[in-house]
Structures are given as C-alpha cells and as structure tokens.
Design a protein around this ligand. Sequence first.
Ligand SMILES: NC(=O)c1ccc[n+]([C@@H]2O[C@H](COP(=O)([O-])OP(=O)(O)OC[C@H]3O[C@@H](n4cnc5c(N)ncnc54)[C@H](O)[C@@H]3O)[C@@H](O)[C@H]2O)c1
Length: 323
Amino acid sequence: MTLKLGFIGTGGIAHHHVKNLVQMEGVALSAFYDVDIQRAQQAASEHNGAKAFSNLNEMLDGSDLDGVYVCVPPMAHGDAEYQLVERGIPFLVEKPLGINREVPLSIGEKIKSNNLITSVGYHWRYNESASLAKQLLANSKPGMALGYWMGGMPMVPWWRVQAGSGGQFVEQTTHIVDLLRYLCGEVQEVYAAYSLQVMGEQVEGTDVPDVGTVTLKLKNGMVATISNTCLLPIGHHTGLDIYTSNGVLELRSDALRELTTAGTTVHPNVANPYYIEDEAFLHALRTGDTSQILSNYEDSLKTHEITIAANESAASGKAILLS
Ligand SMILES: NC(=O)c1ccc[n+]([C@@H]2O[C@H](COP(=O)([O-])OP(=O)(O)OC[C@H]3O[C@@H](n4cnc5c(N)ncnc54)[C@H](O)[C@@H]3O)[C@@H](O)[C@H]2O)c1
C-alpha cells in the first residue's frame, strides 16, 4: 500500500523529514501547502506527481491524504490541526505545540474525542541513548538532573520574537524538558528566572530572553535545573545529565556517557532519530499500531505545559505548581 502524505509548512524541518521519507518504500509525497506558495511549489517540484497548494482546505479536501506533517512555526499552530482533526487525517506535528496553553489544549481535546493517530517531533526520545538510559535507570535510583541548551540564536525571523516562537525554553529547550519527563517522570513545580543580556543589542527586533534557568521539582522527589542561552557565538552543552545511585548518565545528541566506579563508558548514538520517528509514524498509518510512536499529542501537552509554566514563572517571579 502506498501512503499519500502531505506537508503543511515546507521550511527547514519539513525538508529534513522529506529527506528521510524519500528513502522509504511505499511513500508518495503528494501535496505541499505553505503560506509562501513559492516554497510549496519548490518542494512539490522535487517529487513526481506532487502538487503545491496555496489553500489548505483545497489540499486537504482534494488530495486523499493518509497522513500529514505539520511543520509550521510555533505561532502558526491552530488552524492546520483543527482542519486535520475535523477530517480525521492523522498527523505528525513538530514541537513546540504552540506558544500558549489554550490552543494546544483545545486541539488535544479534539484529538482525544476523535481518537486520531498523532506523533510529535520530540526526536530525542528515539536516540539509542534514551532507550539505554531508561534501562540503566531501572536499576538505579536517580536523585537529580541538570539539563542544558547552550548555544547561539537560530536566524529564522520568527525565532527572536516572543510572539513568534514563545522564546527559547518553549521552542528549543522543550526537547530537554521532554527528555527529563521521558526518563525521570512527571514535574510538579516550576520556578524560572530569565533575562535578555546581549542579543537585544546584537540582532534587531529580539525580544526573547537570551539566558534562563529553570528549577523543577518532580513528583518522585527528584530535583532538576534546566538552563538555556542563545547568546553564544559557539555551541556548548546541549543535553541532560542524570545523577543516580550508580553514577552519572550524560545524554547528548551523539552519545550516552555512563560514569560509574568502573570508569566511563561511551555508548554512541548511531541511528538517525528523525528517521526512526518517521518510520514509527508510517507504521502507525499502515497498521493502526501506534506502539512505536514514543511521543503523541496527549503526552506532549504535559511537556508543553511545563515550558509555558516556566515562562509564566519568569514573568511573575513566583513558583508554579502543576496539577
Ligand atoms: N524536531 C526538531 O529537531 C526541529 C528542528 C527544527 C525545527 N523544528 C520545529 O519545526 C517548526 C518549523 O521550523 P522550521 O525550522 O522548519 O521553520 P522555517 O521558518 O524554516 O519553516 C516554516 C515554514 O512554515 C511556513 N508557514 C508559516 N506559517 C504557516 C501557516 N500558517 N501555514 C502553513 N505554512 C506556514 C513558512 O512560510 C515556512 O516555509 C518549528 O516549530 C520548530 O521548532 C523542530
């Protein structure tokens, strides 16, 4: 069976998924929609029989799609997901789910009542390091975690604006928050401090904080801090360190480093996590079996809630208790 797929948003991450999907059997990249029609046309021109659309309803009503990738910037979520749920079309949506609490929550409710297959692009979960860390944590007691996303500013224009991206913690560091939840459990309380130190002067129009640190208490008693900055001219740490009764687990995009009394063991990540994420989504479309999808919309709402609470805490100066 050939799966007919469509794209809503045809920028950087859409291209990344396309590169994986063209390597897979039984996939037709049929329809591309973007508010910038030239981008949609460029994407469609690269695939036999594909069509570009400047109208979302037209694409969804006329293309008989089995699944759709939603790859729009954070502030643009809402209409695409509502239209997909209404038509019962399963989708993979990129993180973050949005820039506020309300729109993703209402999308989540509609997904639940329609029992729709969804996947959310938290690709760190698909790294070998994540599954190995899960196994290792089953045989040790974790006490705390330190997470980081320390780097420079992505130059897509919506990123530097709070009303475009929701800020670094919501847009980027959400991957580390999600990894913390995936490996260590649910978060109960959030306290955040943010500041804009450098990038406001360096890149015109910047209003997102360029430094921030967030303290989290987990329901199981663990404590964590996750810090981020986008003011660096270099890349620095991006990942999560978990401190346990057996030593330290350092998760990075390239490997898991396991530090114990026996020394340090490096377990490299070999597979492409985006490819595995894409395969899991296609498997679910073909079979209805969603067990390979490691992050669906309902679960991702909990990660999103933490990042929104962090923004609210930074604004109010108060700790926020999550339900
Ligand atoms: N999982 C990951 O590792 C990862 C990596 C990069 C980006 N992302 C996420 O993917 C999303 C998109 O990022 P990007 O880097 O591809 O951005 P981008 O700016 O390169 O592309 C976004 C595209 O969406 C289009 N667009 C904007 N509003 C739209 C709308 N309402 N309907 C249809 N199209 C619309 C734009 O014209 C543009 O072509 C962001 O939320 C980002 O956080 C995830």
